[in-house]
Design a protein around this ligand. Structure first.
Ligand code: NAI
Ligand code: MG
Length: 481
């Protein structure tokens, strides 16, 4: 099919002139940036160009120990005793300061993570600020949140986050932990720590008592040191199912609390009475924007047989219009894949589809020759047991299957190891209610996709993890009763 949008937008890149990235970042411990005892640093780069952006400290066990001790002291001496109303003021202040510096955060997020500026500017950063505002509001109302129960804070919490929503995941973790009276040691992902370090600067500047939030950069061994530290009372982890299982094993037999938000293989269920154009838009939004680097991405499409060819034709036409390229360009729909390793993983899955003899569709669009980019891809007709249907690809790749009956599609949608998200597309409200109670997914959207709000809990079933983030539910993992 020929691209019917012959005209092109002129490039509209966001300027990076007013942002400031230091050449080197140390560890944020006890309210200050301190040199790592490990004496080692590693580099972080822009996945769209390969350009080095900064180097940052690689924290070892001793550094993690220093951070945990700072958090423990801050908990015992200050934070535990502070009335909720006062804690809330600090959290509100963080929210306001993120809003004030939203543009700077958005640009750095796109530079370091590869996501389109439209996503970081309109979604990640505003939602991160909203999470702080929302949980600030709970800080003085915990006694009313759980009637007839007396919530108590846990102490020091260790939080480990991934690279797909760097600032937003930091907000999802830090905001409820502070609101509930805990102190934090956070480890951001190794490829995308810059906005967490910017957040550290902001936390320092907002006069939060030293040690209440500590941020240690590093790799898997840094995360493991945090998980295994005896003074950490709770671990909150978002990332791969493999590492989630490792963490669960290593804290087994201890009294540490744990919440895990792991992978997903979200299914769209499109019925023949669905608003088809709207569904196509939702599907595109759910898997292609943000390069499919979304744990709740709608990476499987089940479409009712009698509308399958219409849906697939419209999807292909819409994909022809998607712009893959410079993350900082306001017109870009699909930015850079976060790392070389992740791009290889995605390409291997596409090759698997080719090897299985499946129909693979990619639009004719060009992609930059430098950096890590991947065209949006459809894989049509894979069997339910195929790895393409069962495994999380974490890239802009959508597998498509058809179905005839409701029973059949519910069975297929549930027949994966994950249970994080699903999308139902139908005109009929009764069908939505009937279906959603049978889908084993933590979040289900109806006639829309990937909508988020701090008041709404998020989390999974089965290998997608346990515990909820967001809303009233998101307070519980940080409290004991
Ligand atoms: P990962 O699970 O290795 O990384 C997530 C975080 O865990 C990072 O901060 C990392 O440094 C840390 N970590 C790694 N090993 C650790 C250990 N042994 N103990 C404690 N912390 C540790 O994820 P990775 O390797 O970056 O991505 C692999 C796959 O995982 C992706 O292709 C995707 O399928 C999935 N993933 C899912 C995410 C989600 O949001 N659910 C986010 C990122 C990746
Ligand atoms: Mg890993």
């Amino acid at each position: 099919m020929k691209n019917n949008f012959e005209w092109k937008y002129s490039p509209a890149p966001e300027s990076t002139e007013h942002i400031k990235i230091d050449p080197r970042y140390d560890l944020f411990i006890n309210g200050k940036f301190v040199k790592p005892l490990s004496k080692t640093y590693f580099e972080t780069s822009d996945p769209a160009t390969g350009k080095m952006l900064a180097s940052m400290a690689h924290a070892n066990e001793k550094d993690v120990n220093t951070a945990v001790l700072a958090a423990k002291t801050a908990y015992d001496k200050t934070w535990k005793k502070m009335p909720g109303k006062e804690r809330g003021k600090y959290i509100f202040r963080i929210a306001r300061m993120i809003q004030e510096r939203a543009r700077e955060f958005a640009i750095i997020e796109s530079l370091n993570g590869g996501k389109p500026i439209r996503e970081s500017r309109d979604f990640d950063i505003p939602l991160a600020a909203n999470h702080f505002s929302y949980y600030a509001g709970w800080a003085d109302k915990l006694d009313y949140a759980f009637p007839n129960r007396t919530p108590k804070s846990l102490g020091v919490v260790g939080q480990i986050i991934p690279w797909n929503f760097p600032l937003l995941m930091a907000a999802w973790k830090i905001a409820p932990a502070l609101a509930t009276g805990n102190t934090v040691v956070l480890k951001p992902a190794e490829t995308t720590s810059l906005t967490a370090l910017k957040l550290a600067e902001l936390i320092r500047d907002c006069d939060l008592p030293p040690g209440v939030v500590n941020i240690v950069t590093g790799f898997g061994n840094t995360g493991a040191a945090l998980v295994n530290h005896s003074l950490v009372n709770k671990i909150a982890f978002t990332g791969s199912t493999g590492v989630g299982k490792l963490i669960q094993k290593s804290i087994a037999g201890t009294s540490k609390k744990l919440s895990l938000e792991l992978g997903g293989k979200g299914a769209h269920l499109v019925f023949d009475d669905a608003p088809i154009n709207q569904a196509v838009e939702g599907i595109v939004n759910g898997i292609f924007f943000n390069q499919g680097h979304v744990c709740c991405a709608g990476s499987r499409l089940y479409v009712q047989e009698n509308v399958a060819s219409e849906v697939i034709t419209k999807l292909k036409a819409r994909m022809q219009t998607l712009i893959v390229g410079d993350p900082l360009d306001k017109n870009t729909d699909i930015g850079a894949i976060n790392s070389e390793g992740q791009l290889k993983k995605i390409k291997d899955y596409i090759q698997l589809g080719k090897n299985e003899g499946l129909e693979i569709y990619q639009p004719e669009c060009g992609i930059p020759t430098k950096g890590f980019f991947c065209k949006p891809t459809l894989i049509i007709g894979a069997g339910q047991s195929s790895r393409l249907v069962q495994e999380e690809i974490f890239g802009p790749v959508l597998s498509i299957q058809t179905f005839r009956t409701i029973e059949e599609v519910i069975e297929k949608a549930n027949q994966v190891p994950y249970g994080l998200s699903a999308g139902v597309w139908t005109d009929k409200g009764s069908k939505i209610f009937n279906l959603t109670s049978k889908l084993r997914a933590g979040v289900i959207w109806a006639n829309t996709y990937n909508k988020f709000d701090p008041t709404s809990p998020f989390g999974g079933y089965k290998e997608s993890g346990f515990g909820r983030e967001g809303g009233l539910h998101g307070l519980q993992p940080y409290l004991s009763f």
